[in-house]
Write a protein that binds this ligand. Structure first.
Ligand SMILES: [Zn+2]
Length: 371
């Protein structure tokens, strides 16, 4: 069991602390994505230095390489990647659908070929829970089917009902331990009545936290927010709420205003490797020639090494010269920007000025440059 203590609220938004067996997580929280046992281009110390309390690990990648049994023998994922703090692992289902070859879904699970070597694997709700147990995940996610977008109401209902059956099997397979938790995932595409039905089914099964899944797959921000408006009111107030795979800083602010407590997304790390900088003034492409002679720091409000020790011009040079320090510094900066945003959101909720903070932050962003 894990517990979420709400300290302050502002509208639907909540500032709280998630207590786990591997440490506390201040919420709303952003989880940097540690895909294959590493937040790409960052040491664990650097991730900690940004203020991140929790990271995400990908079951799909880790089960293929180096293998869940091997990680268990080596002392679990915390020790393997030098992250003693909380780790949330996904179920593997989303990556099976987006990365694996020759995948075949049936009522019992999914069979697929590894995108690495073509070997055949089988993932069922029980096996996904077992793998996450072997990894020693602090927070385990149920295996679900990520409904494709767009989907008709009938397609979305059939898919959601399959996910609810798998959610119950995941709950039955999960070994309850103090300090560890299992989250259910609300599905139902863009249909409010299906989202409500899914939330009720999950609450009936009973979970330590509730995720909103099936978003950030091309539906657009207005639809994401509409689904949250139709879903969050059906979720328990005392359990943490996790919006999977979201998003941009603007997505996160809007979701926090709608009562979401946890986020993960590859945007800050992926952007860091492709010269895109997230800053208090908006998003910039550091490959742009206008930065070649710019001696100013990337973001004067940021305390990361890229901003306190270097200039736009140096970062521009690193990317032009394809030096690996470029992705390292910019990933650190982007993760720092996201963590600073979460800290500022928590402070704004505590001070009951979230809407004003949200407006001022959005107003500071210039229109995004093309990649
Ligand atoms: Zn910075």
């Amino acid at each position: 069991m894990i517990s979420h203590r709400i300290i302050a609220t502002d509208g639907a938004a909540r500032f709280g602390v998630l207590h786990t067996g591997h440490g506390d997580v201040a919420t709303p929280a952003f989880m940097p994505v540690g895909t294959a046992g590493t937040v790409k281009a960052m040491t664990a110390d650097a991730v900690r230095a940004t203020g991140a309390d929790i990271v995400l690990g990908n079951t799909y990648h880790l089960m293929l390489r180096p293998g869940a049994e091997r990680i268990a023998q080596l002392g679990g994922l915390h020790r393997f990647m030098d992250w003693p703090g909380p780790i949330l692992t996904d179920s593997g289902g989303f990556q099976v659908m987006s990365l694996a070859k020759l995948r075949k879904l049936d009522a019992d699970g999914v069979t697929f070929q590894s995108h690495l070597d073509g070997a055949t694997y089988r993932l069922t709700p029980e096996r996904s829970i077992e793998i996450q147990h072997l990894l020693d995940a602090t927070i385990t996610m149920v295996l679900d089917e990520c409904t494709s977008f767009p989907a008709t109401s009938d397609e979305a209902r059939t898919s959601m009902q399959l996910s609810m059956r798998w959610a119950r099997r995941s709950r039955d397979a999960f070994q309850k331990r103090d300090g560890y938790g299992l989250f259910g995932i609300v599905q139902g595409s863009i249909y409010p009545e299906l989202r409500a039905e899914s939330a009720r089914a999950l609450i009936d099964i009973g979970f330590d936290g509730y995720a909103v899944g099936g978003l950030a797959i091309g539906e657009g921000q207005a639809t994401t927010f509409a689904v949250l408006d139709a879903t969050v009111p059906h979720l328990p107030t005392d359990a943490p709420r996790y919006l999977m795979g979201v998003g941009t800083p603007g997505d996160i602010i809007g979701a926090v205003q709608r009562g979401i407590d946890m986020f993960d997304c590859v945007i800050p790390t992926r952007a860091g490797r492709t010269a895109r900088a997230y800053t208090s003034r908006g998003v910039f492409n550091l490959r742009n020639a206008r930065f070649a002679d710019d001696a100013a720091p990337l973001d004067p409000r940021c305390a990361c090494p890229a901003c306190t020790r270097h200039s736009h011009a140096y970062l521009h040079h690193l990317f032009k010269a394809e030096e690996m320090l470029g992705p390292m510094l910019l990933t650190w900066h982007n993760v720092q920007y996201y963590q600073d945003l979460m800290r500022d959101l928590r402070t704004a909720i505590m001070d009951h000025r979230l809407d004003a903070f949200a407006s001022a932050t959005r107003a500071g962003w210039m229109p995004e440059e093309p990649p």
